[in-house]
Write a protein that binds this ligand. Sequence first.
Ligand code: SF4
Length: 568
Amino acid sequence: MGELPLSSLWIIQEQGGSPRPRFFGSLAEPSRDHSGKAPERLLTMAELVLIYPPVALPSEPPLGMATVAGFLKRAGVPFHVMDLNVETFERLLSADCPGPEPVDRFSRRALAKLGKSLEQVRSSCILSEPQRYRSAISHIQRALYLRTEGTGAPRFTLRDFIHPCLSPLCSAELRRMALERSMGHVGRWMEQRVIQSVMSVGARCVGFSLQYLSQALPAMALCGAIKEAAPNVRVVMGGALVTSWERIGRLPDLRPWVDQLIPGHDLSPLAMILGLDPESLKGDPPLPELQGFPWRAYLSPRRMAPMFTSLGCYWGRCKFCPEAGRAESFRSIPAREVPRRMEQIMRETGAHYIHVTDNAIPPKTLEALAGSRLEIPWFGFARFEPMLSRAGVARGLRGSGCRMLQLGLESGSQRVLERLGKGIKLEVVSRILSSLHQEGIATYVYVLLGTPGETLEDARKTMEFVADNAASIDYLHCSIMNLPRAVTAPRDVQIMEFPGKQSQDLSLYVDFRACEGMDRKTARRFLEREFSREPTIAQILRKDPPAFTSAHAALFSGARDGKLGQTG
Ligand code: SF4
C-alpha cells in the first residue's frame, strides 16, 4: 500500500467579522501550481465534514453535496468537503496501487497504458477520436477490475460497487458492513483518509451524501470506522438514496453507526445537530459551492460544472414515475435568473460545460435561455414540450449554448404514451427531434420497454418510430421498466416482490403482472433480439460513450461541430 496523503487543507474562503475564523474548503489533495510548489497548507477547524463516498461516476463534482455546501456557506457555518469518490478512483488508478501481476495480454496492455489512457480521457483531443476513447475506457475498467476484484476485494467499476456477499438492498447487510468493513486494501486506505481528515479539523459532525445505491455499502464501512475511532462525532446521511428510502416508507435504522438520516431537501435537522436556528439552512437554493473540489481529478475531456434550475418535476403526471403527484414539492429558480447563474458558475469554476441536472427543465426556463444568447455550452433533460417545435426556439437554444437535450420518449406507440400519462404526441416529437437536430443540438433519446400493458405490437411501433426518426436521433438509451415501489399502481396491475428477493427490505422496485401485454422476459428478449439489431438503431446505439454514456455524449457532439466550449 502506498503512503497515506498528509492532511491537506487549504483555505478556500474566509469570512471576516465572525467571532471565530470561518472556513469553507476542501480536504482534497491540493493541486500543484505551475512552479511545482503545493499551495500553502493551513490547518483549519470545521464544524462539519461533508463526504461523497464511492462509487459514483467520477465525471464532475457532486451537485447535491455542493448545494448543501452552498447553504452552509450562506449561513456562515465552517465546513469542509471531501469528494472521496473521485479520490478513491485516483488511488485505484495510481501507479503505486497494489494489484496482482497481470497474466493475460489485455491486462498487461491495460496496465502499461493506464497513465496514457487517463491522460487521454482528461484531454479534449480525445473527442475527435472515439475509437481511442473507447480503448482508453476499456483500459481503465480493466485496471479497476485487477486492483479490486483481482485482489479478492469487492469490485469497483466506473459506476458500480459489487460486494461478493453483501447487498445494499438489505438493511441488515448495511449494518453488517459497518461492523465487518470488508472493503479490502482500498477500504483501509479510505478509512485512514477519512479518520485523519475528520480528526485534523476537529469536526463535530460528518455528513454523507448518498445519491446512488452503489454508495451505500462503502459509506457504511466508513461510518463503522468513524464511530470506532471517534464515537462522539455525530454521523448523518442525506441525499437522493435516503429520500428514496423515505418515499417507500422504509427508512432503515442504521444506529449506532448513523445517528440521523435526513431525507428530502429540508436541512433543518442538520441545522439543529449543529446547534443552529433551523431556519438558517432554509430559503431559496443558493448557488452550488463548487470551489473546494479537486477539479483536475475528474475523468472528463472537458471540465463540467453541474447545476439545477428546478427540484422535483413540474409535469409530475407520468404514471409510473416516483416524481408523479408531488407537485407541492416542486421548486424552481426564477427563469430570468438562470442565465446569470450559469455565467457566475462558469466564471467561478473555469468550467467548459454546464450540466443541468433537472428531471425536466421547465418550459419558462427554456424560453429564457432561448432568448439569452449566452453561448455557454450546456446540456440537460427536457420534456417533448410543443414549445420546442416553435419557429426559432431551437435556434435560440443553440445560441444559448445548448449542445444536447436528453428527452424521455419511452414509447413510439401513442396508446402506450396515453396510458403512461406522458402528455406528448408522436407527430410533435418528430418535429421537435428534427428542428433540434437541424440547429445542431444533439438529441439523446430514452426508450422504455415492458411498461405495464405494453404489447409486442406496441414495442414494434416503438422500433418503427425510432428507425423512422433515426436521422434526428444522435444517441439512444433503451431499458426495461423497473416499477418503483413508491408509485401507486393502477387496479389492473398486480404488484409482488421479485421471486427469491423477499429479504431485500430496501429494494426500490417491485415485480408486477399486468392484465395484458408482455412480461419483462418477453420485453428483454425483444430488446436484445429485435430492437437492438435493427440496423439504423444498432448504429445509433454504438455511438453511446461506454461507461460515461450521456455524461460524455454532449462533449462529443460539441466536438463534432468544432466548438469545444468557450475556452476550448
Ligand atoms: S417528465 Fe420525467 S420526471 Fe417528470 S413525471 Fe414524467 S417521467 Fe417523471
